[in-house]
Design a protein around this ligand. Structure first.
Ligand code: UDX
Length: 441
């Protein structure tokens, strides 16, 4: 329970709150609001997720979440139902936390939002406030309001900035709370729900609020693409990207966060939100060149890694055995959506390599929906044995303390490519391995 502290006092006026969607945003939101003392019902269509929550277990891998979830389920502060209509009955606040996947032309697909708004419209309290936490294009608040079409019901935009893996901590200690609505009173009463986080509150109109989420994610993606491009330039020039980051990040205007070079940015948000923002701008008659370049540059990073890996084994990957360590889009999550690791794996396969992969969250029979022929192994030792080159693609803590003296002798060639800068160089070099990583000469 280290994430919790005494600043999170129980509220004096508990509200009845419905949260629609038990995903990466819905669960931490529901758990946090229940922890603050509100009476929360979470509606989820997926039976496995419902059962898991009912039994006090988190269906998603999130640091510290399960303990708090179990406590609020046990105390009755958090209930779960399959029925969104039942969940919203009597609720003063209704949080929409459903998925907004990317459609074929890069725009956010709003079919889940639309369906929920239509479904719950008649069941809402006359004075209900519907809070949109799903990431949605500019104008969606208005769209939800007209779908609900109830004069007393107000709709508020409240974008979520939590990161996967640290979602509960980010929810409890956010950098800011953004609330947008035409009705400032409704916006303020939503902000009040988060008062005990102590975070600064930005109250704005709905359009700006919706844009803040996209602009923030696009900025982070652009920062990452910039440093990743610099890592490639370091390779070309023989410079050192770690020193470059030290030199740049110390400038407080630049800062160190989001300056770690890697295999590119992925996950369920940055790729989808950057594409959606480009589409939003195009619809408004603006070509968002900076963000478009960040997207293109991201794919170039993965091609660069594969070229570098090939160079380690003589220039061609055809018929080479490659151990892939890490498949999730980052560490401390079980999420492989839009994972750069999978994109690199696909390129390695296309270059003729045979893959043996390992990820602490992926079982051998659990690669459905992923790239074919990942060759998922049950153990890291199995993946590495016989490999011509081992490629580290996710920064799992366990990869930092590997006993290379034990692993390297089992490899066909002592080559390691470290796309996350986690390999203990001393131990790997002592084992006779050659280690390369992006931007480090
Ligand atoms: C992101 C935003 O950070 C969050 O505010 C928003 O609500 C959802 O999208 P998340 O998808 O959980 O969160 O991932 P994040 O931790 O931001 O990382 C995104 C990608 O960038 C990952 O692939 C990660 O590995 C990569 N990354 C991040 C780096 O390569 N280097 C870094 O220094 C930071």
């Amino acid at each position: 329970m280290s994430l919790l502290d005494s600043t999170h006092q129980t509220v004096s006026h508990p509200e009845r709150i419905a949260v629609i969607g038990a995903g990466y945003v819905g669960i931490p939101t529901a758990v946090m609001l229940a922890h603050f003392g509100h009476s929360v019902v979470i509606a989820e269509r997926d039976e496995f997720r419902r059962e898991s929550i009912r039994n006090g277990r988190s269906p998603i891998l999130e640091d510290g979440l399960e303990d708090v979830l179990a406590a609020v389920v046990q105390s009755g502060q958090l209930e779960v139902t399959a029925d969104a209509v039942q969940a919203v009955a009597g609720a003063k606040f209704v949080f929409l936390c459903v998925a907004t996947p990317m459609d074929d032309d890069g725009r956010a697909d709003l079919s889940f939002i639309d369906a929920v708004a239509q479904q719950i419209a008649h069941a809402l309290r006359d004075d209900a406030i519907v809070v949109n936490k799903s990431t949605v294009p500019v104008g969606t608040m208005e769209r939800v309001r007209s779908l609900i079409n109830r004069p007393g019901v107000r709709v508020v935009s409240n974008p979520e900035f939590l990161r996967e893996g640290t979602a509960l901590g980010d929810s409890l200690k956010p950098d800011r709370i953004v609330v947008g609505a035409e009705d400032r009173d409704a916006a303020k009463s939503v902000a009040q729900l988060f008062a005990s986080t102590g975070a600064p509150i930005v109250v704005t109109d709905a359009t700006t609020s919706e844009l803040i989420k996209y602009a923030s994610n696009a900025f982070l993606a652009t920062k990452l693409s910039f440093i990743n491009t610099m890592s490639r330039l370091c390779d070309q020039l023989g410079a050192d990207v770690d020193d470059l980051v030290r030199g740049m990040g110390s400038d407080h205007r630049i800062g160190f966060p989001f300056l770690n070079p890697g295999p590119g940015w992925g996950g369920s948000c940055l790729p989808k939100d950057t594409s959606a923002l480009v589409a939003i701008a195009a619809d408004a008659g603006l070509s968002l060149d900076v963000v478009r370049a960040a997207i293109e540059s991201n794919a170039a990073q993965q091609r660069h890694i594969v070229t570098q890996v090939a160079a380690m084994v003589g220039g061609s990957l055809s018929g080479k055995r490659v151990a892939v360590l890490g498949l999730t889009f980052k560490a401390n999550t079980g999420d492989r959506r839009d994972s750069p690791a999978l994109q690199v794996a696909e390129l390695l396969l296309a270059a003729g390599a045979h893959l043996c992969s390992f990820d602490p969250t992926v079982a051998t029979d659990d690669a459905s929906g992923d790239v074919a022929n990942l060759g998922v192994c049950a153990t890291l030792e199995e993946a590495v044995a016989g490999a011509d080159v081992t490629v580290v693609l996710t920064e799992w803590a366990m990869f930092r303390s590997l006993e290379w003296s034990r692993l390297v002798p089992t490899m066909a060639q002592p080559c390691i490519y470290d796309a996350r800068s986690v390999v203990d160089l001393e131990s790997a070099h002592a084992a006779g391995a050659t280690v390369r990583s992006i931007g480090r000469s």
